[in-house]
Design a protein around this ligand. Structure first.
Ligand code: FEO
Ligand code: CA
Ligand code: CA
Length: 691
């Protein structure tokens, strides 16, 4: 007989970077476990030396490095001083005066003066004409599979046409928090149905949205033909070199070509051809393993899982005969066509298997498509995929195959300052920058494995192990990786790594310059402007996060630290139409003590490095999926896990409806928070009539 479900035995696990409940449900207490990268990769100095000798071989030398620089690497002295000059509050089409940091107990959206907000869609909202209305006291897997899922993360707003008044909203549903979702008595009495309901609350939603001609406020449309829910029961296919591989076969799918469902979808990216990429992230926590080396490298443990799904669906127990490979079918980048509800989403094995935060693509100068992706765990790596075929404007069917075949690389970084100047305190080295060069090391190239002793299938299914052997550089939890549509420079959010420098781990390096990196940092990569598919790049650190009022290890590209908004745990990235970077955070309440937030960061000119806080999310929540649509004076965010830490009976947030109901509470009924997609819009502004 199965053991009863254990609830939240994890207080004290959080290592000071996020709430205990978030750690528990989102990542399976990943930070409380030993980090899974115990490989003995070449340490930084070795890589630096190798990169240096390679530069000599290439004949690049200092001149070659300079040619690769595509943006300001640091401010000149006059520019640095210019930060002290009077500045106009928020430039461009979204003028705002930065809000101050918000207490983590505030249970509402905090937005700048002149802005309002509203929820477009909430957990449980019915998507189809026949869908039941949300009723927390009468949940079922069937109802949930017809409603908006839980814990929205990646988000995009895709209007039909440039300024269309119809469109679709797409959103991931990363994970579930059963303590907050379900009546505890029902959960205890119906473990299988509760698990199936939780499975149905994972996945992905496509929802038609509409607005009036002069109104920027979007509403979702129940029952529209484009509405779609993808859950763990939905059919997915798989392509690329590992499709059909023996490593992907199970007794339910002897061909290794059809996968049921998607899991723990975190961030993502929308392609130039209008499809959506979503990253399968912390999939390990859903599987009970057998104790193999490969499972351990991905964090899969041989013990019974917390969610107990292996008791309801045998495939989640890798020790069950015929399901040994089931976990190999998760951890991929998935491509979804949001315009065709009949289309079968594709898991692209060419992009490798790891804990994909997401993926973002750009089209290189030669027409090839590049996808960047981070593996979000401590001491994991940064990857780049380059397609074999080239982009064809207007040929959607062709473009939807671009991620099916190509080369996969992993990043190595070398600093240009002497190692003794990187002391782990965050002190900027004598040359004024954390910066250097990097190289993309091939794992698979031209259909051939470049990793000794591993086949192409093995490299793509066990990508972490392949990257270990390739000597990849260990980073501080690479989250979103996004190229600027304006400059082409690539930004990498490194959310934190409080284990850096702990016994037995890698210490500070120029690309990871802070020991016990609680607040994270953001990298800026410059690819070769003539050929972004090249394997050399330059890099520098844009900002080292924290609250500069109390933390001297912060750095903002030379911008005066006393003039920035405190920022911690950078996670998801977006750009506005002027090329400013917008950073959402995940973990600030437990580090700098304020609610998670969305910040605008100026990248170019005299104010480079200036951080301005635009909004804060309600208590317990994380800011996800930022979308900045300044042409309609709006910013959209997914408010994930509001009130986390509370329970069904004793919620800690009432977002977004704020209906405190003592009567319902007394009856033990749900009156708590619902993860939602929110639009923040400038008050009193309408589209010009010509629109
Ligand atoms: Fe799901 Fe890496 O955040
Ligand atoms: Ca340097
Ligand atoms: Ca994330």
């Amino acid at each position: 007989m199965e053991s009863s479900r254990r609830l939240l035995p994890m207080q004290g696990h959080t290592r000071g970077n996020r709430s205990a409940a978030t750690c528990h449900y989102k990542c399976g207490d990943a930070c409380a476990q030993p980090y899974s990268n115990t490989s003995e990769n070449a340490y930084f100095k070795d890589i630096a030396d190798a990169a240096l000798s390679r530069r000599k071989v290439l004949g690049l030398g200092a001149l070659g490095a300079a040619a690769l620089v595509v943006g300001p690497q640091r401010l000149s002295a006059p520019a640095a001083q210019a930060g002290t000059a009077p500045v106009t509050p928020g430039s461009g089409k979204l003028p705002f005066t930065a809000i101050g940091p918000v207490s983590r107990s505030v249970d509402t959206m905090s937005v700048p003066e002149g802005y309002d907000w509203r929820a477009i869609i909430r957990w449980g909202d019915p998507l189809f004409g026949h869908s039941p209305n949300f009723d927390a006291a009468n949940q079922s897997a069937r109802a949930q599979s017809q409603q908006f899922g839980y814990n929205c993360d990646y988000l995009d707003i895709l209007p039909d046409g440039e300024n269309g008044n119809t469109g679709v909203l797409v959103a991931n549903h990363e994970y579930t928090n059963e303590e907050m979702m379900f009546d505890p008595q029902w959960l205890a009495g119906h473990p299988d149905e509760a698990r199936r309901t939780a499975m149905a609350a994972h996945g992905f939603s496509v929802v038609e949205i509409t607005r009036r001609w002069n109104d920027r406020r979007w509403s979702y449309v129940r029952g529209n033909g484009r509405n779609r829910r993808l859950t763990l029961d939905s059919e997915f296919t798989v392509d690329g070199p590992a499709a059909g591989s023996a490593l992907l076969r199970t007794k339910d799918d002897p061909q290794g070509l059809r996968i049921s469902g998607t899991l723990n979808n975190c961030a993502g990216g929308t392609t130039p051809w209008g499809t959506v990429l979503t990253g399968e992230e912390n999939f390990d926590q859903y599987f009970r393993g057998r104790g193999t080396e490969q499972e351990a490298r991905y964090g899969i443990k041989p013990e019974e899982t917390e969610r107990g799904w292996e008791h309801t669906e045998p495939r989640f127990g890798l020790h069950h005969e015929g399901y040994e490979n089931e976990a190999h079918r998760f951890g991929w980048i998935v491509e979804i066509d949001p315009q065709d509800p009949e289309s079968i989403p594709v898991k692209h094995t060419s992009l490798g298997r790891f804990k994909h935060e997401g993926a973002n693509v750009r089209i290189a100068e030669n027409g090839k498509v590049i996808a960047y992706s981070g593996d979000d765990s401590r001491f994991e790596y940064l990857y780049k995929f380059v397609s074999h075929e080239t982009y064809r404007e207007g040929d959607r069917a062709h473009n939807m195959r671009l991620l099916s075949a190509g080369d996969l690389y992993v990043a190595t970084f070398a600093g240009n300052s002497p190692a003794e100047q990187i002391d782990g305190s965050g002190a900027v080295p004598a040359d004024g920058s954390f910066d250097g060069t990097g190289r993309w090391v091939p794992l698979v190239q031209d259909g051939v494995s470049k990793v000794e002793g591993m086949s192409v299938d093995e490299v793509l299914v066990f990508t972490r192990l392949a990257a270990d052997r390739a000597g990849a550089t260990k980073l501080d939890r690479p989250e979103d990786v996004e190229p600027s549509p304006v400059t082409g420079k690539v930004y990498v959010a490194l959310t934190n790594n409080t284990d850096r420098g702990e016994t037995g781990t890698e210490g500070a390096t120029e690309v990871s310059p802070r020991l016990r990196n609680r607040d994270g940092h953001v990298l800026e990569l410059g690819e070769n402007p003539q050929d972004a598919t090249a394997t050399d790049f330059v890099w520098n650190i844009l900002l080292v996060a924290g609250d500069p009022r109390f933390d001297s290890s912060t750095y903002f590209s030379g911008y005066p630290a006393e003039k920035v908004s405190p920022i911690s745990c950078p996670d998801n990235l977006a750009f506005d139409s002027l090329g400013n970077l917008w950073i959402s955070t995940d973990g600030a309440p437990s580090t700098i003590g304020y609610s998670d937030a969305l910040h605008k960061v100026t990248l170019e000119g005299e104010q480079r490095g200036r951080v301005e806080q635009f909004l804060a999310v309600p208590t317990g929540a994380e800011t996800c999926g930022p979308v900045v649509r300044d042409e309609e004076r709006s910013v959209f965010v997914a408010v994930q896990h509001p009130g986390e830490g509370g329970t069904y009976a004793e919620p800690q947030s009432l977002f977004p409806d704020f209906v405190a109901s003592p009567v319902r509470a007394k009856r033990g009924e749900f009156h708590g928070p619902r993860p939602s997609v929110v639009q923040v819009y400038r008050r009193g502004w309408n589209f010009p009539r010509s629109n």
